[in-house]
Design a protein around this ligand. Sequence first.
Ligand SMILES: CC(=O)CC(=O)SCCNC(=O)CCNC(=O)[C@H](O)C(C)(C)COP(=O)(O)OP(=O)(O)OC[C@H]1O[C@@H](n2cnc3c(N)ncnc32)[C@H](O)[C@@H]1OP(=O)(O)O
Ligand SMILES: NC(=O)C1=CN([C@@H]2O[C@H](COP(=O)(O)OP(=O)(O)OC[C@H]3O[C@@H](n4cnc5c(N)ncnc54)[C@H](OP(=O)(O)O)[C@@H]3O)[C@@H](O)[C@H]2O)C=CC1
Length: 291
Amino acid sequence: MDIQKIGVVGAGQMGNGIAHVLAVAGYDVLLNDLDADALEKALATIDKNLERQVSRGKLAEADKAAALSRITTTLDLPELGQTDLVIESATERESVKQAIFETLVPHLEPHTILTSNTSSISITRLASGTDRPEKFMGFHFMNPVPIMQLVELIRGIATDKETYDACLKVVEKLGKTAASAEDFPAFIVNRILMPMINEAVYTLYEGVGNVNSIDQSMKLGANHPMGPLELADFIGLDTCLAIMNVLHDGLADTKYRPCPLLTKYVEAGWLGRKTGRGFYDYRGETPVPTR
Ligand SMILES: CC(=O)CC(=O)SCCNC(=O)CCNC(=O)[C@H](O)C(C)(C)COP(=O)(O)OP(=O)(O)OC[C@H]1O[C@@H](n2cnc3c(N)ncnc32)[C@H](O)[C@@H]1OP(=O)(O)O
Ligand SMILES: NC(=O)C1=CN([C@@H]2O[C@H](COP(=O)(O)OP(=O)(O)OC[C@H]3O[C@@H](n4cnc5c(N)ncnc54)[C@H](OP(=O)(O)O)[C@@H]3O)[C@@H](O)[C@H]2O)C=CC1
């Protein structure tokens, strides 16, 4: 199947990165969000990140202009029914994702493939609420999308081979590498990464270290590019908590219990970089630890 036009639902940090790399690879992109401000902000971020690639000699100025011209925005979700592939990348909440697919389904072309960039939620369950479980799968990018090489591809129980192969072709056209993961809570990357982040929050909660010493230990002691708390802020603490809850509920094992301190940060609305405050306060010139 030849995919040319791709719809992206949710223009947050992942949605804008996904639109960016799809447009650079030559796809026409229709980007949707609930909010006109979010769409405007996403286009500004894409422009800034493309410019960064131009200034580092990774992209020609003409290719930047061409990529931007391939991205159209809309507040009207049903318009995405005209695309060949939809990548849903809205907030990590099952009810939000289900409502999006419910609204979209009556407007879809028969051939359209539906996918979700979910970090953790059952692909089989999301698929079962649509009219096309065989044309539904997980298409999981990593953050920051323009830089990270991996895309996890997750088949639900009913996903057919044609759908998988069509998504694999898109990953290859993006110049990225696909890893195939089975449909169990949080798949591969987050099954391993998120318990480590949660353990870092427990380490902070129990006073074993402070924000600085924990992040420094993992950067200098384990050669991680970011400390786990810095990475949690980068991902979004709401998303980290949502993933831990899916692991805890889905695998029914207390080892996935979300740290109460992570819950408290989310209750405070301190969601990390995207709200200006999380384990660090980003409102000044340099990030300042909040504990
Ligand atoms: C939660 C989930 O469901 C799954 C996930 O995504 S888990 C999160 C996975 N991601 C990670 O683990 C990221 C870990 N961090 C890193 O790899 C690095 O810190 C980083 C790549 C983000 C930044 O690297 P750095 O060395 O500190 O910064 P810097 O040298 O300025 O940037 C490196 C490159 O990233 C680019 N970059 C940095 N931040 C970026 C951003 N937010 N968006 C786009 N590009 C970005 C820079 O332009 C630069 O590009 P080139 O190499 O092409 O010149
Ligand atoms: N952050 C990360 O590192 C990664 C996240 N993911 C996954 O990607 C998805 C998005 O995460 P991320 O971009 O970080 O989250 P963000 O919070 O940055 O963005 C989510 C966006 O979706 C919008 N949205 C919410 N509901 C709807 C809706 N019904 N229709 C259209 N748009 C909607 C939100 O709007 P509003 O703000 O108005 O609610 C917001 O703009 C999640 O499933 C997450 O798990 C996957 C890989 C990595």
